[in-house]
Design a protein around this ligand. Structure first.
Ligand SMILES: O=C(O)CCC(=O)C(=O)O
Length: 338
């Protein structure tokens, strides 16, 4: 439900502030357990549709922070997405909420901005994307990883274009602090090569123990270069690894170089991540289009900042159906009373 009252908005804001400022992983995990129990006591988790697959997916997420699915979209469906969005306005930021909110044409932005996105309410009306975001496999994974009924609280689709400086927030290694725990579904919507435009994820970096262990081991080893010696001087406290947007790519490469997974593939490539783990988009050599949807405990730090126009359910029912679980899952993006 969209809260219109100041009290609800204030609570959401306060909870969002708390999530964003508790970068300490241990504190986050302890708080996540309480929030999980709160949600689980009110909303039973529906039975998994494919328990064995979901167990594997959760095991991957717990260990590395990433899981690969069979593609949720065919090449033909990706082409239909591209065809549909050619009629839509784009906005000059990686998310509509951070943009100037001036509707622009794709041709106007492709050579002038590094990233451009679409409105969430437009994205939900693009064929195939919402269906993909509601696929049983991601719903199962999100429920099992969160330990309760998930809430799909956000989605995005954006272009990255070549020929610009790295975009802070997405093209440098960073963690996202949307919720105390959350899952992102990513789908590449056009072909992405390994050399350019891949998505990078630091395997294991969503785990506190691995960050601390890697940092300590790295400090214990001899520096391999003058630059690395300087990094060791500069960064003595491992808490830097948990800071929001710290701008520390050289440090990440030094500590986690062998754990950086480059994800590329043909249109339709589908994977999930725990985006508390370090990740970034590599600037592409040609326009690259990415879709994501995110699942968490409910209103959170992300939704305290980003409140998209909800789409009336009457526009979407013929595509996605209507049941209590679906209403709960999508309530922050779809207006089920309209
Ligand atoms: O473009 C990408 O691959 C990175 C996406 C990202 O960092 C994010 O959505 O938080």
């Amino acid at each position: 439900m969209r809260e219109n009252h100041t009290d609800d908005a204030l609570l959401r804001f306060a909870y969002g502030q708390m999530i964003e400022h508790f970068s300490d992983k241990q504190v986050r995990e302890a708080a996540a357990v309480r929030v999980r129990d709160f949600v689980a006591a009110r909303h039973p988790v529906p039975a998994s549709q494919a328990p064995a697959e979901s167990r594997q997916a959760v095991a991957d997420m717990a260990e590395t922070g990433v899981h690969f699915f069979e593609p949720f979209l065919t090449r033909q469906q990706c082409i239909e997405v591209l065809r549909h969005i050619s009629q839509l306005p784009v906005y000059d930021n990686q998310s509509y909420s951070g943009s100037s909110r001036t509707p622009l044409l794709f041709e106007q932005v492709r050579n002038t901005v590094p990233v451009a996105s679409y409105r969430v309410d437009h994205i939900l009306q693009v064929p195939h994307l919402l269906e993909a975001a509601l696929s049983p496999a991601i719903r199962d994974l999100a429920a099992a990883y969160l330990g309760c009924m998930p809430t799909m609280y956000g989605c995005n689709m954006y272009w990255s274009f070549p020929g610009h400086d790295l975009v802070r927030g997405v093209q440098h290694f960073h963690r996202d602090f949307d919720d105390l725990r959350f899952v992102t579904l990513f789908i590449l919507l056009n072909d992405v090569s390994d050399a350019a435009g891949s998505h990078e994820f630091v395997q294991g970096s969503h785990r506190r123990d691995i960050n601390l262990e890697r940092f300590a081991n790295w400090h214990g080893e001899h520096a391999r270069s003058g630059e690395e010696a300087e990094l060791k001087q500069q960064y003595r406290d491992p808490r830097i690894l948990f800071a929001p947007n710290p701008y520390i790519d050289p440090l990440i490469h030094a500590i986690f170089g062998d754990r950086i997974l480059r994800i590329a593939g043909s249109a339709g490539t589908t994977f999930a991540e725990d985006n508390f783990g370090l990740h970034r988009g590599v600037p592409p050599k040609g326009p690259r289009l990415l879709f994501w949807a995110r699942y968490g405990y409910g209103p959170n730090a992300y939704s305290a900042r980003v409140t998209p126009e909800r789409v009336p359910a009457s526009w979407l029912r013929s595509r996605i159906g209507d049941d209590e679980t679906l209403r709960y899952l999508t309530r922050m993006l779809i207006d089920w009373d309209a």
